[in-house]
Design a protein around this ligand. Structure first.
Ligand SMILES: *Cc1c(COP(=O)(O)O)cnc(C)c1O
Length: 835
């Protein structure tokens, strides 16, 4: 039996404390566990099986349901309080919520962890094992979806009257396995078993009319334009527990079904099969999450998914607004809607449509309310990620919305022409419509024009957005542009994921940091405290050993917890430059081959991340890393000194296992291309040192901690832009012997003896096609930074000092700080405490 690792046991905790807490949550005298407790009742009555025969999954469900029982009264009370107080509310619209697991996080936020740990101990329940039964809710691709999940945690913790809206994908992000070094994808049927954390609310379903229907054709599901149909959106609610259990907000996820399960008319007329087929097809709309990160592929179903999210959510929140407010003119005083990227940007024409066609307001008032209610967050400057939908799709599927968009655009361009007469180049850039053979709607332009605030997600990103990507719009509406540097929740990413370190920190400065992360500043003097440095090192070693054990039991792989854990985990993308890291390891490998007696601290390089299934080069990078790993493993010269581990199936729970165990965090994107990054912050909080480029929020992290506590290298964003004209990767190949040897290792099929030519496309991208992401330009300075880093690691006290200073400076990167800024600068909402 083990409770250590996820939930810590507090010896001070007594049964009376537990009873008191449960009473506070309105649970009365029912005990949580014990013969007549919540857990045992669920175990018995939900399963109707011999207790001894109930499998682990059902035990997890009974456990989660009993935690849900504890919070249910408080959840209801939160809703009632909002109805009574009628505060201005926040609605966070996002196509992705990368939630991960809910149980341990809810237990911790409800402050039930010591209680649960103690009763589990008494009842001889393996809590760790029980919690591992829960599948990740992988309803997102990466950082954007995880940000939405961290924001929910912070909004509830800050007691803001907030709600998340998203889609209930039956299949989240695909499961990744590695076969022969190649990525394979499997469907993630995460709802195969009932999810104890969701509550279906069929009585609050929303009906919406579309000018298209759906059919399954040759196994593929598609939208049929011009054939009207009616869809039902069924809400599934999930509790969002604020830390301390005071506020329990709601994440509402929509599932699509056809409006009637089938039509008896059609049934009797013999067309039963086609009616049923339509029903099945309509229900497929929310079946799958699109697995592309930082790219927009323009599929018709994605377009309908986006509209479905917007239409269901706006109908729902307008209905709620109307219940307590008589006057439409108050809409923007009661409602703040945040658009997480352009994916929900159809909220602009949809809200206008509601105000014009259903509330019968005049254009000017409807437009004013729409803009005041909406705000937009931009997440990327990559041109391939900026959504543009064919105008023709609006025409055939959402004709009224197109009419509204064109009217917005007409007024916008009139205004722009007044202010910049004769500047047609500018007008062309400002326009919501991209002209050409196939006209397109630019969703970013629509979102900026139709909202009162546009923010980027780190200082450098907001600046580049304003001065390059949408420069002309920023000149029209300068007051709308602002920055909100991302953050992550310290509850999940430190308190829950890293109990040993959390315990050491609390021992030094108390536990206020959990809800006020700036208090980590008080750790600064402890960098000079030998016993705290020892506590930090013990915590790190504990996390590394635990990770090594976890890896051994789940995959059989053996790693050395005394080696440097050097970690690079994130979606696989050329701009994130996993290829640059692979080249670094190839150089280190070559050094050992050249000089087998070289002294070197043993190192383990971890990679993890998924590639979009259609992104061939990203998948080839995974193959390269795996082949390099295999070659190194098979080479007796380097055994025990160098190892690469590619961990399949990167997801939130894997991140929670790995990040606390990391010594080194790789944040090495081509400068100017990573909007913010958030894993960089998770690593910093967990006492890893960063080796990275001056990009995204890493710049602000280094500023907060002092660059002397970071290992920064490489071209700056300005240098990347200014060297584009003359940059020549061949120069590095020809003039840097280590660069050349590393590339030759790959190009010579040394790593792919049985599959010659496999890596030829890498030669194309790195040399022939000009190395767009400038890997070779940064390799040498990466290696220099790497050398400094390893030298520091050889001085454990100096390393611990810097790591502690990093933790102490990470307070700014709590999502509580980010959300507080949104609340004040963009939403104008205040906490609404639940009594
Ligand atoms: C934090 C997180 C991300 C974002 O990582 P970046 O390195 O910022 O791109 C992606 N996926 C998961 C599972 C995460 O936890």
């Amino acid at each position: 039996m083990s409770t250590k690792g996820i939930i810590s046991v507090d010896e001070q905790w007594t049964k009376a404390d537990g009873a008191k807490l449960l009473k506070q949550y309105g649970c009365g005298p029912i005990p949580f566990m014990g013969a007549d407790g919540l857990y045992d009742r669920h175990l018995l009555f939900d399963n109707i099986k011999d207790l001894a025969a109930i499998p682990g999954r059902e035990r997890y469900e009974a456990f989660a349901r009993s935690v849900r029982d504890v919070l249910s009264q408080r959840w209801l009370l939160t809703g009632k309080t909002y109805e009574r107080e009628n505060p201005k509310r926040v609605y966070y619209l996002s196509m992705e919520f990368l939630l991960g697991r809910s149980s341990a996080s809810n237990v911790i936020n409800l402050l039930l962890d010591p209680f649960v740990a103690q009763t589990a101990k008494q009842k001889d329940i393996d809590l760790l094992c029980l919690l591992e039964q829960e599948p990740d809710a992988g309803l997102g691709n990466g950082g954007l979806g995880r940000l939405a999940a961290c924001f929910l945690d912070s909004m509830a913790t800050l007691q803001l009257p907030a709600m998340g809206y998203g889609l209930r994908y039956e299949f989240g992000i695909f499961k990744q396995s590695i076969e022969d070094g190649w990525q394979h994808e499997q469907g993630d049927n995460w709802l195969r078993h009932p999810d104890p954390w969701e509550v279906a609310r069929p009585d609050e379903a929303v009906e919406l009319k579309l000018n298209c229907s759906f059919e399954l054709q040759g196994g593929s599901f598609r939208a049929v334009p011009g054939r009207p149909s009616t869809l039902l959106g069924i809400p599934y609610d999930r509790p969002v527990v604020g830390y301390g259990g005071k506020t329990i907000n709601t994440l509402r996820l929509w599932a699509a079904t056809a409006s009637n399960s089938f039509d008896f008319q059609e049934f009797s007329s013999g067309d039963f099969a086609s009616a049923l087929a339509d029903t099945l097809a309509a229900g497929s709309l929310t079946r799958v999450l699109y697995p592309d990160d930082s790219t927009s592929k323009g599929q018709g179903l994605r377009f309908v998914q986006e509209y479905f999210l917007v239409a269901c959510s706006l109908a729902d929140l307008v209905r709620r607004f109307r219940k307590t407010n008589a006057d439409w003119s108050e809409l923007a005083d009661k409602v703040a809607i945040q658009l997480n990227d352009t994916h929900p940007a159809m909220a602009v024409p949809e809200l206008l449509r509601i105000l014009l066609d259903e509330a019968h307001l005049e254009w000017d008032q409807a437009w004013d309310l729409t803009r005041k209610a909406l705000a937009y967050t931009n997440h990327t400057l990559l041109p391939e990620a900026l959504e543009k939908w064919p105008l023709y799709w609006f025409e055939t599927m959402l004709p009224r919305h197109l009419e509204i968009i064109l009217e917005i655009n007409r007024r916008l361009l009139d205004d722009a022409r007044d202010r910049f007469p004769g500047d047609e180049k500018r007008i062309e850039r400002v326009s919501i419509v991209e002209e050409g053979a196939a006209r397109k709607i630019r969703m970013a332009n629509l979102a900026i024009v139709g909202s009162h605030a546009t923010n980027g997600v780190a200082a450098i990103h907001s600046e580049l957005l304003r001065t390059t990507t949408v420069k002309e719009l920023a000149e029209l509406f300068p007051e709308r542009f602002n920055n909100k540097t991302n953050g992550v929740t310290p509850r999940r990413w430190l308190l829950l994921a890293n109990p040993a370190l959390a315990h050491a920190i609390t021992g030094a400065i108390g536990n206020v940091w959990v809800t006020d992360l700036d208090k980590l500043n008080n750790l600064k003097p402890f960098a000079e405290n030998a016993s705290f440095r020892a506590a930090f090192r013990d915590a790190k070693h504990e996390a590394k050993s635990q990770f090594a054990n976890w890896l051994k039991t789940t995959s059989g792989q053996v790693i050395d917890p005394n080696s440097i854990f050097d970690v690079h985990v994130k979606r696989i993308h050329e701009y994130k430059r996993q290829l640059l890291n692979a080249l670094r390891v190839a150089v280190l490998y070559n050094r050992l081959r050249e000089n087998p007696d070289l002294q070197m601290i043993p190192r383990t390089f971890f990679f993890a991340g998924k590639a979009a299934p259609a992104y061939r080069l990203a998948k080839l990078i995974i193959k390269l890393i795996n082949n390099l790993a295999g070659t190194i493993d098979g080479d007796p010269v380097v055994r025990g000194r160098l190892k690469i581990v590619f961990l399949p199936e990167y997801c939130v729970s894997l991140a929670e296992h790995l990040i606390p165990a990391s010594d080194v965090s790789n944040q090495i994107s081509t400068a100017g291309y990573e909007a913010s990054g958030t894993s960089n912050m998770k690593f910093m909080m967990n006492g890893a040192l960063t080796i990275g480029t001056r990009d995204g929020a890493t710049i602000e992290m280094a500023e907060a901690a002092g660059e002397e506590n970071f290992f920064m290298f490489g071209l700056t964003a300005d240098q990347v832009v200014s060297s584009r004209g003359w940059y020549n990767p061949y120069w590095h190949y020809e003039n840097e012997p280590e660069t050349r040897a590393a590339l030759d290792l790959i190009f010579s099929d040394y790593l792919s003896r049985n599959e010659p030519g496999t890596f030829a496309p890498l030669r194309d991208t790195l040399l022939t096609h000009g190395d767009f992401y400038m890997h070779l330009a940064d390799l040498k300075s990466y290696l220099d930074a790497d050398r400094r880093l390893v030298e520091l690691y050889a001085q454990p006290d100096d390393w611990a000092r810097k790591a502690i200073l990093n933790i102490a400076s990470s307070g700014r990167f709590s999502s509580d700080r980010t959300i507080n800024e949104y609340a004040i600068d963009i939403w104008n909402v205040k906490p609404c405490p639940v009594p």
